[in-house]
Design a protein around this ligand. Structure first.
Ligand code: PMT
Length: 440
C-alpha cells in the first residue's frame, strides 16, 4: 500500500454503480478500493444489475449488494446505506441518475441512499458524448456541483456508440486518486476553472465542470433561514403596475443552496416564473408591504435573514380603483409616490430576536462605497454587492459576480459564475460567519 492509498485504510466507501456499459470498470474500481484497505458497500441500479451480475460485486466487496429498495431492505436499509460512510462515489454515473440526483428523487436504492447521505459524494459521469453535452445534463451537473457534489470530468476516447469523444468513465485509478484527494482534505481536487458565461453551452462547447469545496463546518443544519427574492410589484390602478427586472434566480438559488446545506428555508418571493426549490416553504407576495408582512410573520426563531429581493423603494400614494384614463389627464399624468418601508433594514434594526442579517446591493457605479454605506445604514452583518448594468450578470442573467463586505471591509470576492454555484459559495460564507459570530 502506497503512502497515498493509506488514506483509504478503514474508510467506509459507498460505491454506486448505474446502468452504463462502463459498469464493468466499476469492478476494477471496487478492487482498487478494497486493496487499499477501504470497506466498500456496493449499491447497483436495476440497469447496472443487467450489465454486471451483483454477485460479482458481492465477491469483490465481501458484502451483500443492494439493488432493490424493497427486496433488500432487510439486508441494507436505504438510509443506513450511507450512514457512517466517509464518501460515496457513483461510477459510472449515467445521465439518468445524474438527472434524478439533481431533482432529489429517491426511486431506487442508490438515489434514496444518496438523498440521505451526509458525506461527500463523487460523480464520475459515463455516457454518450451528445448526452453529456446536452444542456440538460450540463445544467444538472452544474447544479449538483453547486450543492457540493464533486463532479469528475469524463475521459475522452472510444465510446460504446462508436465515436471518439468525451463521455468515457474516468479510469478507476483516476477515481481512486480523486477520492484520496478529497479524503485528505487539504489535497482536495482543485476547482476546474470554467467560464460560466457558457453555462448552457452550444453542443460544440461543453462545460468543464468544477468541484466545490465542502466546508463541513459551514453547514446550515439546524438553522432557520428566511430569504426574500424576486421583484415587488406596486399597483397603480387595476391594470398597471411598477416593477423591476428581477427574475428571482439569485434568491431561489440561495434558497436551494441553504436547504442543500441542511437549513430550514422560508423563501418569500415576489412574482417570478420559477418553480419552488424542493423542500422549502415558499410564500408568494406582490407588493413591498405584503413582503414586509410575510417577512415579519416568518421571523420567529429565524437565525439568518437574507434580503435578495429587489424591493421597490416607492409605491403609489393612492392606487386608483378604476383604470387611469387619458380622458381625465390629457398630455400629462402626475402620480405621487411614497417611500416603501425598508425590509432588510427593519430586520437589521430589530431590538429583540434579530437574526444574522445579510443584504444585497444592486449597483451601477461606486459599488464598494454604496454597499458599505448600505451595510452601515441598514445595520447589516454582511452585504453582497453585484453590478447591475446588464450583460452577463445581475438581473435576469444565469451568472453573477459578488463582492461581499462586512464591517471590516471586503470579506470575499466571488467571481463571475453560475448563480447556483455562486449561491453555494455565498451560503457557505454566510453560515461560517454566522457560526463565528455566535462563538464571539
Ligand atoms: O433576481 P435576479 O434576476 O436573479 O437578480 C438578482 C438581483 C440583482 C436582484 C440580486 O442579486 C440583488 O442585487 N438584489 C437586491 C436588489 C436591490 O433592491 O438592491 P438595493 O441596493 O436597491 O437594496 C439594498 C438592500 O435593501 C437589498 O438587500 C434589498 O433587498 C433591500 N431593500 C431595499 C429596499 C426596500 N424597500 N427594502 C429592502 O429590503
Amino acid at each position: 500500500m502506497s503512502a497515498q492509498t493509506a488514506a483509504l485504510k478503514g474508510r467506509k466507501i459507498v460505491l454506486g454503480v448505474t446502468g452504463s456499459i462502463a459498469a464493468y470498470k466499476a469492478c476494477a474500481l471496487c478492487r482498487l478500493l478494497i486493496k487499499a484497505g477501504a470497506e466498500v458497500q456496493v449499491v447497483m441500479t436495476e440497469g447496472a444489475a443487467k450489465l454486471v451480475a451483483p454477485h460479482t460485486f458481492m465477491a469483490l466487496s465481501g458484502h451483500p449488494v443492494a439493488t432493490d429498495i424493497f427486496k433488500d431492505a432487510d439486508k441494507i436499509g436505504h438510509i443506513a446505506l450511507s450512514r457512517g460512510a466517509d464518501l460515496a462515489v457513483v461510477a459510472p454515473a449515467t445521465a439518468n441518475t445524474i438527472a434524478k440526483l439533481r431533482n432529489g428523487m429517491a426511486d431506487n436504492m442508490l438515489t434514496a441512499g444518496l438523498l440521505a447521505a451526509q458525506c461527500p459524494v463523487v460523480i464520475a459521469p459515463a455516457m454518450n458524448v451528445n448526452m453529456y453535452r446536452n444542456p440538460a445534463t450540463q445544467e444538472n451537473l452544474q447544479v449538483l456541483s453547486g450543492r457540493g457534489f464533486y463532479i469528475m470530468k469524463p475521459g475522452e476516447g472510444d465510446l460504446a456508440c462508436g465515436v471518439r469523444a468525451e463521455g468515457r468513465m474516468p479510469e478507476p485509478e483516476e477515481i481512486v486518486s480523486f477520492i484520496i484527494g478529497i479524503l485528505q482534505g487539504g489535497a482536495a481536487p482543485e476547482r476546474i476553472g470554467y467560464d460560466p458565461r457558457e453555462a448552457l453551452p452550444s453542443p460544440q462547447a461543453p462545460l468543464e465542470i468544477g468541484q466545490t469545496r465542502l466546508l463541513p463546518g459551514a453547514s446550515g443544519a439546524g438553522l432557520k433561514v428566511v430569504i426574500t427574492a424576486g421583484p415587488t410589484v406596486e399597483a397603480l390602478d387595476p391594470v398597471r403596475f411598477l416593477t423591476n427586472r428581477s427574475s428571482g434566480k439569485m434568491g431561489f438559488a440561495l434558497a436551494e443552496a441553504a436547504r442543500a446545506r441542511g437549513a430550514k428555508v422560508t423563501l418569500i418571493s415576489g412574482p417570478v416564473a420559477l418553480p419552488s426549490p424542493a423542500g422549502i416553504t415558499r410564500v408568494d407576495v406582490r407588493s413591498a408591504l405584503e413582503m414586509l408582512q410575510a417577512v415579519e410573520n416568518s421571523l420567529d426563531g429565524c437565525d439568518v435573514f437574507i434580503g435578495c429581493a429587489a424591493v421597490a423603494d416607492y409605491r403609489a400614494d393612492h392606487i386608483a380603483s378604476e383604470k387611469i384614463s387619458k380622458r381625465d389627464h390629457g398630455d400629462e399624468l402626475t402620480i405621487k409616490f411614497v417611500r416603501n418601508p425598508d425590509i432588510v433594514a427593519t430586520v437589521g434594526k430589530l431590538e429583540h430576536g434579530r437574526p444574522f442579517t445579510v443584504g444585497f446591493a444592486a449597483e451601477t457605479e461606486n459599488g464598494e462605497a454604496h454597499a458599505k454605506a448600505k451595510l452601515a445604514s441598514k445595520n447589516l452583518d454582511l452585504i453582497a454587492m453585484n453590478y447591475v448594468k446588464g450583460g452577463d450578470q445581475g438581473f435576469q442573467s444565469d451568472c453573477n459576480e459578488l463582492f461581499v463586505y462586512d464591517r471590516d471591509g471586503l470579506e470575499a470576492h466571488l467571481p463571475l459564475q453560475s448563480k447556483q454555484v455562486l449561491a453555494g459559495e455565498l451560503a457557505d460564507l454566510i453560515f461560517t460567519k454566522y457560526r463565528n459570530a455566535k462563538k464571539d
